[in-house]
Design a protein around this ligand. Structure first.
Ligand code: HGY
Ligand code: MN
Ligand code: MN
Length: 412
């Protein structure tokens, strides 16, 4: 059987990582930015250069397939956007590997190629509007439209304005859902983005499930005042109240469940003057666990803790849900198919929960879905130091090829 062209896969990954490249070696393809759109245009061009038909849907997801193919399809791919100051593999690896798989099937004149479609999803990271997975949610008819309509990006620009500038619009996003009926299954190849595979010397891992990801925005209102003349006893310092609550997050989360994690990734004080006691503080809180009851307990406990702290500081707090993606179990038969594909390569794949969120979490609610991981060097991701060695990158794509062929051969 024809196999993956490893050099071509690695060359494509290098070419894509030049788009949005940063002087420190990282990349920044923030969703809907010019660099992100350039990355999608590059992906569509590479699809066409392989003699395939490239199609962009209303969510600007980029699909590729044989021109005469009509479905149902095994869809495989991942996202093309990145976190700010990220690196070249998160998402991009699964999309480029999917292209290499389809190219390999077409070059081998494998009849199964007609049953395969690839995708580069939009805005998986959810950094722009704090609502992620937008491309896969649009494809699956699950868009939180009202929340998205109210959302603004980090510069305060309304979501619809950003989307119109990118070439679509909020109202058109939902059109993407029409394609879901053409899909029979979804497979996503991704880097682990964590330390477990490397620590266990695991070359390939089949994902058993994806954690639930809860994102919330808190606002603390105090009293803006002069930083030089206001005695501590008279202050209602919103920044101090927020900072005290944030500083206690790790202990609070660990006291509820050792496997849960949380993150405060964005903090802002208003008005933000060196000599002004902040009258307002806002911050994001993200909580993750594979059991949504644990996530609920953590969010409730943190909210109570913040209320107490605000009472002590003479401040008030309010909260707004940004997004909630429930935990997702992968399809058992698809997991076995992925394990068999690894065995064909003489590899025994481990089984792991994913601590990172993925488009596969959304697809898994609609079609049989599976994920395959390759290790991350030092367990690092969402940072310029993210890396995976070439052997693992090629091995993962070779396993994906075999898994896609088995899944495609089973389409009725
Ligand atoms: O945030 C995540 O877990 C994923 O990388 N988007
Ligand atoms: Mn990702
Ligand atoms: Mn990511």
């Amino acid at each position: 059987m024809n196999d993956i062209n490893g050099d071509r896969l690695l060359a494509d990954l290098r070419a894509l990582s030049d788009i949005g490249g940063l002087p420190n070696g990282g990349i920044d393809r923030l969703a809907w930015s010019e660099a992100d759109l350039k990355g999608r245009r590059w992906f569509a061009r590479r699809i066409r250069e392989a003699g395939l038909e490239a199609r962009e849907d209303s969510a600007l997801n980029v699909f590729g397939r044989l021109p005469e193919a009509s479905g149902p399809f095994i869809l495989t791919g991942s996202h093309l956007d990145s976190v700010p100051n990220g690196r070249r593999l998160d998402g991009a690896y699964g999309a480029v590997a999917a292209l290499e798989v389809l190219r390999t099937l077409v070059e081998a004149r494998d009849p199964l190629a007609e049953r395969v479609e690839i995708v580069g999803f939009s805005d998986e990271e959810g950094v722009r509007f704090s609502i992620g997975l937008l491309g896969s949610l649009a494809l699956c008819g699950e868009l939180p439209l009202e929340r998205l309509r109210d959302a603004r990006d980090l510069d305060g620009v309304r979501s619809d304005e950003v989307l119109v500038q990118a070439g679509t619009s909020l109202d058109r996003l939902a059109e993407a859902g029409a394609h879901l009926a053409s899909l029979a299954a979804f497979l996503e190849l991704h880097i682990e983005q964590g330390p477990r595979m490397e620590a266990a010397s695991m070359d390939l891992a089949v994902v058993t499930g994806i954690v639930g990801v809860h994102r919330q925005q808190f606002r603390v209102i105090g009293t803006q005042n002069h930083a030089g003349t206001t005695p501590f006893a008279l202050r209602h310092d919103a920044g101090r109240a927020a900072a005290r609550a944030i500083a206690g997050v790790e202990e609070l989360v660990q006291s509820i469940d050792a496997e849960a994690v949380a993150n405060v990734g964005i903090v802002r004080f208003y008005p933000g003057g060196v000599n002004v006691i902040p009258g307002e503080a806002s911050f994001s809180l993200e909580v993750r666990h594979w059991d949504e009851r644990v996530v609920r307990r953590i969010v409730d406990a943190f909210s109570r803790r913040l209320e107490e702290t605000c009472r002590e500081e003479g401040c008030n707090a309010s909260a707004e849900l940004l997004s909630w993606v429930p935990p997702a179990r992968m399809d058992e038969a698809t997991m076995r198919n992925l394990e068999m594909a690894c065995q064909e390569l003489g590899q025994t794949a481990g089984r792991l929960w994913s601590g990172a969120g993925h488009d596969a979490a959304v697809l898994s609610r609609h079609v049989p879905t599976g994920m395959l991981f390759v290790p991350s060097a030092g367990g690092v991701s969402h940072a310029p130091a993210e890396a995976t060695d070439d052997q693992h990158l090629v091995l993962g794509a070779r396993a994906l090829l075999r898994a896609v062929r088995v899944s495609a051969s089973r389409i009725k």
